[in-house]
Design a protein around this ligand. Sequence first.
Ligand SMILES: CC(C)(COP(=O)(O)OP(=O)(O)OC[C@H]1O[C@@H](n2cnc3c(N)ncnc32)[C@H](O)[C@@H]1OP(=O)(O)O)[C@@H](O)C(=O)NCCC(=O)NCCS
Length: 172
Amino acid sequence: MAVLITPATALRESFVEALGEYHAEGLPFYARVDERLLRDREGFAAYVRSVVLDALPGGWRPTFAVAQTTLWWVEGRRFVGRLSIRHELNDWLRSTGGHIGYDVRPSERRRGHATAMLADALPVAHALGIDRALVTCDHDNVGSRKVIEANGGIADAPTAEKLRYWVPTAPG
Ligand SMILES: CC(C)(COP(=O)(O)OP(=O)(O)OC[C@H]1O[C@@H](n2cnc3c(N)ncnc32)[C@H](O)[C@@H]1OP(=O)(O)O)[C@@H](O)C(=O)NCCC(=O)NCCS
């Protein structure tokens, strides 16, 4: 059974292996993560630190200019996927990025992981003060659309780029 965890240095080997799969696929989120750097124990520790620190208010932001909590979806010591919860929306997130972004490593897709991972993340979003999470996906991303709808997503006005859904986060 997979669970959400705070990013951890103990998963280095599995994370780097997954990164190879993402790079082969050309997914933009991971394109700027240097696989060679992360093979090194210290380089990986620094990466994990930067991801964890991104959840803290204030300070320098590597990505969205708002704090975000990143969680890893793992089975034992196997890295399966990643999910990030942005603590608030700015203009770009409101139209395009949403509160929550996620991906599952290519070798683990179509096994229900993303659906379960988003479900397990909703109480975390709730605890962060997000009552309904905006989750977006490309118009042709059938898998992600199904993940959002399976988690109760209610469609809002789409943009030319994205389908936009509000997912209630309150338990029950
Ligand atoms: C989208 C993504 C997260 C789905 O992950 P996943 O673990 O394969 O999703 P699930 O196994 O929970 O699948 C949910 C549903 O979508 C379907 N599905 C998954 N991928 C699909 C695809 N490529 N084409 C059609 N249907 C797909 C599944 O069969 C399942 O359908 P069901 O509910 O009718 O049984 C994964 O493909 C991914 O990481 N893609 C790249 C990054 C990305 O697009 N992230 C989302 C950004 S919005």
